[in-house]
Design a protein around this ligand. Sequence first.
Ligand SMILES: Cc1cc2nc3c(=O)[nH]c(=O)nc-3n(C[C@H](O)[C@H](O)[C@H](O)COP(=O)(O)OP(=O)(O)OC[C@H]3O[C@@H](n4cnc5c(N)ncnc54)[C@H](O)[C@@H]3O)c2cc1C
Length: 376
Amino acid sequence: MNTSFDVVVIGGGLAGMVSAGLLAKMGFSVNLLEKGTYPRHKVCGEFVSFESEFALDKMGVVLRDLSPIKIEQFTLSTTTGSKARLNLPQPGIGLSRYKLENVLYEQLLKLGVTVNCKTKVTEVSQLDGDAGHIVHAQHGNTITSKLVIGAFGKRSGLQVISLNRSGYFAAKNHYRFPFNPNEVQLHMFPGGYGGMSMVESNLVNFCYLGKTVDLKKSGSIEAYQKMVVGKNPYLKELLDKGEPMLKKTLTISQIDFGHRNRVSNGVFHAGDAGGVIHPLSGNGMSMAINSALLLSEVSERFLSGRITRKQMENQYSKSWEKSFGLRMISSRFYQSLFEHSWGRKIAVGALKNKTLGRKLIRLTHGKPQEYVSNAV
Ligand SMILES: Cc1cc2nc3c(=O)[nH]c(=O)nc-3n(C[C@H](O)[C@H](O)[C@H](O)COP(=O)(O)OP(=O)(O)OC[C@H]3O[C@@H](n4cnc5c(N)ncnc54)[C@H](O)[C@@H]3O)c2cc1C
C-alpha cells in the first residue's frame, strides 16, 4: 500500500466520496479511508435535491441516469392529521443511499482513488510547519498527506462535540405500500417527524427522527412506532398496512445538531462533520455534496501552491457560511417550531398559503449554480 498521498479523505459517505472523486479528477493522488463497506443501507430520508446534480456531474455521475423517482410535490401533516400540500419550489428525486453510494464508490475506483474499506481512522497528527499530516488507522497503518479532509459524518471519535443526552435517534425501513411517487410527505408525531418518499425500487422509504427519551419509555422500537409514531393517522396507516422490506428497522442514536467547526487542527471538514442540518430540510445530502465541491475548489488552489493553508482555511470557512449559513438558521428555527403543537399548526397553516410556503421551503435550500461562483 502506498503510504503517501496528496490527499487523505476520512469517511466514505457522500461528502467523502465526492471530495475524493473531484480531487482525483483534478489529478491529485487520493486515499479514502472508510470504516464500513459498500453497498449498504443507511438511515436517511433518501430525498435528494437537484442542487446535488452539478457536483455529481463533475465527477462523472449523472443523477438522471440512475432511474430515480422525480418528486415535485410536498405534503406536511400535523399529529392530528391536518395537512397542507404544495408544489416544491425546486423538484428533487427519490434515490436510495444503497444505490447512490454504490455508484459513487464504483466511480471512485474508475477515477483511480485508492479506497480502503473496513479501515477506521483513530488519530490524525499535524506535522510541523506546513508539512501536512500523519493519519493513523486501525491495525497500525499510517499514511502521510499534504491535506486531510474529515468527512466522517455527524459523530466520530475524531471530533469533540458536546452531546446532548436528551438528543434524538432516527430509524428507517423500506415498505411495500401504495404511494404517489411524485410526492414527498413529512408527517409529525409527538416529539418527532417522519418523511415518506418513493425510491428507485418502487418501495416507500420511511425514515423518522424521534426523542431518545420517548424510545426508552416505550421499551422497544416496535412499541415506540405503535404508541408514538402511529399517533399520526398517515403514519399509522403505513405502519399497519405497509410491508417492511428490511428484516430489521435500521436505527442510529445520539444525533446532535450542535455546532461543528469547518476546520479543526488543520483538518478540513466536509458534509455533516462541518455542520449538521435538521433532516426536515431534506437538504443534508446536497450540503454534503456541495461542501465537498467547495472544498475541492479551495484544495486545488492550496495543493497547486497558489494559496497558503491559512488562506485556504479562510476561503473555505467564508464560502461555507455564504452557501449554507442561512439554511442552517432557518431549518433550526423550523425544527424548534415543530417541537410545539401550536408551532406545528402554524407550519401547516403557513404552507396552506402556497406562495409563502414555497418561500419558506426555499430558505432551507440553495440554487445549483451558486456553488461554482461562490468560492471566495
Ligand atoms: C433521520 C435523517 C433523515 C435524513 N433525510 C435526508 C433526506 O431525505 N435528504 C437529505 O438530503 N438529507 C437527509 N439527511 C441528512 C443526510 O443523511 C446527511 O446530511 C448526509 O448523509 C451527510 O453525509 P456525510 O458524507 O457528511 O456523512 P455520512 O453519510 O454519515 O458519512 C460519514 C462516513 O464516515 C465514516 N466514518 C466515520 N468515522 C470514521 C473513521 N473514524 N474512520 C473511517 N471512516 C469513518 C462512516 O462510516 C460514514 O460512511 C437525513 C439525516 C437524518 C438523520
